[in-house]
Design a protein around this ligand. Structure first.
Ligand SMILES: Cc1cc2nc3c(=O)[nH]c(=O)nc-3n(C[C@H](O)[C@H](O)[C@H](O)COP(=O)(O)O)c2cc1C
Length: 345
């Protein structure tokens, strides 16, 4: 399936595996790129030398284009971006702002810069800032979300932007891809759908939590990491007050995070100072990360939080990436051909 997006990225199908912190590591990113989509490696929870090694691993597993995702509040952000540039990663996917402006760096001409926007204004701003394509993320999506539904933000962004718009938030199948193209997007980016695939390196209990959940269960809450985060709270979190503030809640969270993420206490203090710049609640964020980490790596879903979109309610299987992408493309083509059947005569 050829669109402006497949031409821009040099991929076979207009399907992107969205960057997912603590989730989209080498096996998933490589599998998606090998299946003809665009796999995106997350830069989260790695020091610069780990990231360099992982970028090289993806390259050794696929000869197709791939991307790396970073967000400015990741520990070691500046050094991680430096590695992304030095390793000449083909596609730089970025959440929250323009990394080149933030760090006073020049965007390499050959690199595709593909930021995410949660409002039309942000999308227009990112185009002005030199984005080659913009991922437009609707409110129903997994992870940190804004307030606007995909069905509104995608066509509006497509009307305002000259660069390709990539529809994100709530897509999982061929009907979704066909609808995204009808709304003016040049392709889709999916997080939750790729979370529930065989190659996704998270604990099977976390994948099961996604395929068992109904669309009502993936809620937005600020109680986990202090930001507007969509996901499925574990049953033991039902009465969770959130916003840990007492020492006996905060200290284990910080220590747990330091243990799991290889971040030194010094680096953690640096992040806390950095967070003030973004007016982000650093302590809550750090404790929240510890909570996802044990959900994803140890399968502790009951006292954890499975980051996921509402689309979990439409996901019922755990296919491999090749099977999933082929199925989505086949269904989208069939949907487009048979649309006229929906018209009453
Ligand atoms: C587990 C998970 C982790 C995520 N982490 C990030 C991240 O680190 N950076 C980012 O830009 N977006 C992140 N997102 C958002 C995705 O990139 C994507 O925009 C979203 O998943 C699309 O909605 P969907 O889940 O309905 O497909 C995450 C989403 C999920 C489900």
């Amino acid at each position: 399936m050829i669109t402006r997006l497949t031409r821009l990225l040099g991929i076979r199908h207009p399907i992107i595996q969205a960057g997912m912190s603590l989730v989209s590591y080498v096996p998933l990113a490589a599998a998606v790129s090998n299946a003809g989509g665009l796999g995106i490696l997350t830069a989260s929870d790695q020091d610069p030398s780990d990231l360099r090694e992982n970028i090289r691993k993806v390259r050794s597993l696929t000869d197709r284009p791939f991307g790396v995702n970073a967000v400015p509040y990741m520990p070691g952000y500046r050094e991680l971006v430096q590695v992304i540039l030095e390793e000449r990663v083909p596609v730089f996917s970025h959440g929250l702002g323009n990394p080149f402006k933030l760090l006073n760096l020049k965007k390499p001409d050959e690199m595709v810069f593909m930021p995410t926007a949660g409002t039309v204004d942000q999308a227009v701003y990112m185009e002005k800032e030199g984005a080659d394509a913009v991922i437009v993320h609707g409110f129903e999506g997994g992870g940190h979300v804004g307030h606007i539904a995909s069905s509104v933000i995608i066509p509006k962004a497509a009307e305002c932007l000259r660069v390709p718009v990539i529809a994100s938030g709530g897509f999982c199948d061929g009907r979704g891809l066909a609808s995204a193209l009808a709304l003016g997007a040049a392709g889709i980016a999916m997080g939750t759908r790729f979370f529930a695939t065989q190659e996704c390196p998270v604990h099977s209990r976390a994948k099961d939590a996604v395929i068992r959940a109904s669309e009502k269960e993936a809620i937005v809450t600020q109680k986990i990491d202090g930001l507007r985060l969509r996901g499925i709270p574990g049953s033991l979190l039902k009465h969770y007050r959130g916003w840990p503030s007492r020492p006996w809640e905060v200290i284990p969270g910080i220590l747990n995070n330091a243990k799991g993420s290889k971040i030194s206490v010094r680096e953690m203090l640096r992040i806390i100072i950095e967070f003030r710049r973004y007016r982000m609640p650093a302590v809550q964020f750090i404790c929240g990360c510890a909570r996802f980490r044990h959900t994803f790596s140890e399968g502790r879903v009951d006292d954890g939080f499975t980051v996921s979109g509402q689309v979990a309610g439409r996901i019922h299987d755990i296919p491999c990436c090749q099977e999933l992408i082929e199925r989505i493309v086949r269904e989208a083509e069939e949907t487009i051909k048979s649309l006229h059947q929906n018209l009453a005569v």
